[in-house]
Each structure stands twice: as structure tokens, then as C-alpha cells.
Ligand binder design. Structure first.
Ligand SMILES: Nc1ncnc2c1ncn2[C@@H]1O[C@H](COP(=O)(O)OP(=O)(O)OP(=O)(O)O)[C@@H](O)[C@H]1O
Ligand SMILES: [Mg+2]
Length: 249
């Protein structure tokens, strides 16, 4: 009688850290794509608009009537607004601002811009200077501030908001707090991608995000990340487990 051997099964195991690593790679690819789009907008669309501006200005100088002049000026005004909008889009897309200004100044600038555009009062608790942080962590912090401030402008109707960044031990903590209308976090994820994206970014880097919000009582978001990245890389020894990578930014 043939022996009943147990059927061979191939188990595809996906551990939490494999999933985090995959997520990290996806986020990296997304950042690279944003960077490419931002560069193309700058080098192609931006340059084309500047050439157009130059020609319009020349035409303005040659205009024979006041009416012609006024029309050209009107076109120049529309063009200037478009160039300004394009600049803002380029800056939003590219975390190049991080390399140019550094994380703390980039966060401060975002917060002050929000305060200026909405009339809310910004309270900033940011360190003067911080130790170099892993670039992926830095991008995650910057993108999270962008999204949280965007949400503040869109949903909170707050009068005050606080952005707090602190490096403690081997963790970096980012808190964004407002005194606005608040919401019920249980139903929120169904509505948009912003908070989910922030949570996924944090998890991909071995960190966490907590949201405390209540209707009428404002919103408090806390993100905790290791400022060194935990990367799961199949090393030559084939252990497949992770190793800590020193901050390199
Ligand atoms: N600071 C805040 N104050 C009040 N409500 C908020 C705040 N932040 C988020 N919310 C609520 O949580 C929901 C989910 O936020 P999330 O950023 O995930 O999505 P969204 O902003 O609606 O859309 P998306 O970010 O995809 O453009 C929002 O629709 C809003 O109701
Ligand atoms: Mg949002």
C-alpha cells in the first residue's frame, strides 16, 4: 500500500518586516518619481513659461496703443500667477527643500506659510539644530508635516496649532496639535489617504503614529520614528534579518 506522504506545500511567508521593507521601497520609488516630475516641470514647463514671459514683455514694449499695452499686461499678470503656482507645485513635489534648508527650517517655513495664509497662530517647538537624521526618516517627517498642515488648513478650523520636533535617545518625535473642530478617528480613514499614508510611512520605517482627536476638542498627532532606519536586507550570510543602518544624511 502506497505510503501516504504529506503533500508538499510551499509556504510563502511574508513577515511584518518584509512588508515594511517593501513599503519602504515603494515610498522610495514614489519619492524618486516626484523628484523626476518636479525636475521636468522646472526644466521644461518653467523654462518655456519664462521664454513666453520674455517675448510678451518685448511685445509690451513695442505696443502701439494703450489698449494693446493693457492686454499684454493682463496676459503677463496671468503668466506671473501661473509661474508662481508652478513654483509652489515644484517645491511641494520635491523634498529638495530639505537638502537646501535642512529639516527644521523646512518645517518652520511650512508652518509659517500656513499661519500666513489662514490667520492661525503657529507655535513652534523646534530644536535649533539636530543631529543628522537618516534621509528616509527626514523625508517621512517632512511629508507628514506637509500632510498634517494641509489637513489643518482643510479640515480643522483651528485658531492655534503647534508643531513640536524632538530627538530623544534613538527616537525622533514629531507632534502636530490643533485646537480646531476635531474628528472621530475611527471613521476618518475611510475618507482620505493622507492619514493612512502617514501611518504607512511611519510603519515602513519601524515607527508608529497615534492620532487623538475628538469632536470639538482638536487633534493631536504623534509620530515616533527611529532616527536610524531599520532595513531588512538579505545579507551575504543569508540570514534575511535586518540590521541597523547608521544615519547618513
Ligand atoms: N486637523 C484636523 N482637524 C479636523 N479634522 C481632521 C484633521 N485632520 C484630519 N481630519 C479628518 O480626518 C479625515 C481624514 O484625513 P485624511 O488626511 O486621511 O484625508 P483627507 O484630508 O480627507 O483627504 P486626502 O488627504 O486624501 O486629500 C479628514 O477627511 C477629516 O475629516
Ligand atoms: Mg488629508
Amino acid at each position: 500500500m502506497p505510503s501516504r506522504a504529506a503533500p508538499k506545500t510551499h509556504v510563502l511567508e511574508t513577515t511584518a518586516s518584509d512588508a515594511a521593507e517593501l513599503s519602504r521601497q515603494l515610498l522610495k520609488a514614489q519619492e524618486e518619481e516626484r523628484r523626476r516630475i518636479s525636475r521636468e516641470l522646472h526644466d521644461e514647463t518653467g523654462q518655456a513659461l519664462m521664454v513666453l514671459r520674455f517675448h510678451l514683455e518685448m511685445l509690451g514694449g513695442e505696443a502701439r496703443s494703450e489698449e494693446q499695452k493693457a492686454k499684454i499686461q493682463e496676459a503677463l499678470d496671468v503668466l506671473d500667477r501661473s509661474i508662481e503656482g508652478l513654483r509652489r507645485t515644484i517645491a511641494r513635489l520635491s523634498p529638495r527643500v530639505l537638502e537646501e534648508l535642512g529639516l527644521v527650517t523646512a518645517i518652520r517655513r511650512q508652518a509659517l506659510l500656513l499661519a500666513k495664509h489662514t490667520g492661525m497662530k503657529a507655535h513652534l517647538e523646534l530644536p535649533e539644530d539636530i543631529a543628522p537624521i537618516d534621509h528616509d526618516v527626514e523625508v517621512a517627517l517632512y511629508r507628514s508635516v506637509q500632510e498634517a498642515l494641509h489637513n489643518l488648513a482643510k479640515h480643522s478650523r483651528a485658531s492655534n496649532f503647534t508643531v513640536r520636533l524632538a530627538l530623544t535617545g534613538n527616537k525622533v518625535s514629531l507632534q502636530i496639535e490643533d485646537d480646531g473642530v476635531g474628528f472621530s478617528p475611527r471613521t476618518a480613514p475611510e475618507r482620505g489617504f493622507g492619514l493612512t499614508g502617514m501611518r504607512e510611512r511611519a510603519a515602513a520605517l519601524g515607527g508608529s503614529m497615534k492620532v487623538h482627536s475628538e469632536r470639538g476638542k482638536g487633534t493631536h498627532i504623534r509620530i515616533l520614528l527611529p532616527w536610524l532606519t531599520y532595513g531588512v536586507r538579505k545579507n551575504a550570510a543569508g540570514s534575511g534579518r535586518g540590521s541597523f543602518r547608521r544615519a547618513t544624511a
